[in-house]
Design a protein. Structure first.
Length: 155
């Protein structure tokens, strides 16, 4: 039986790793992004709900990833994938809810998240813990969203 002290830590780790997704044997970050894409394809939240989700995921994800990093005893552990979910959620904010945009956001987000062009890479120097884990993915999401917004404007 779980004690009351263990339960919050376990819950935070489950949130940070998106359950089993963070423990997949290869590309858990990519699968974390896939889970986010599927969530938004199915849920298609209204703008107010989407904004509330982004804020909640960022806040809870920062706390959960901070605690999970300590529990896993590994700096920015690959098992922590809530940051990919949060970054993808930002990637599709204010975009049309179509499969084409969800897929484009997925591909661009993974590109920015994996390559970490400046200034994304610099977040690792300035932040630590849960904020550092979340910050680079949030910036990748902002870059992705900005590029897709520009695409809409120029199309």
């Amino acid at each position: 039986m779980l004690s009351y002290e263990v339960l919050p830590s376990l819950l935070l780790r489950i949130i940070a790793t998106l359950g089993f997704v963070g423990y997949l044997p290869f590309a858990p970050g990519t699968f974390g992004s896939v889970v986010a894409m599927i969530f938004f394809i199915i849920a298609k939240p209204s703008l107010p709900v989407h904004l509330a989700l982004v804020v909640a995921i960022i806040l809870v994800g920062t706390v959960a990833s901070h605690h999970a990093e300590k529990m896993l005893k590994e700096k920015d552990s690959g098992h922590i994938v809530i940051d990919e979910f949060a970054g993808y959620a930002l990637s599709v904010l204010f975009l049309p809810s179509t499969f084409r945009y969800y897929l484009a956001a997925f591909l661009l987000f993974r590109f920015f998240d994996i390559l970490k062009p400046p200034p994304i890479r610099l977040t690792e120097r300035f932040f630590h813990g849960g904020i550092a884990i979340m910050a680079d993915d949030l910036l990748a999401g902002i870059f992705t969203n900005a590029l897709l917004q520009l695409w809409i404007l120029l199309a």
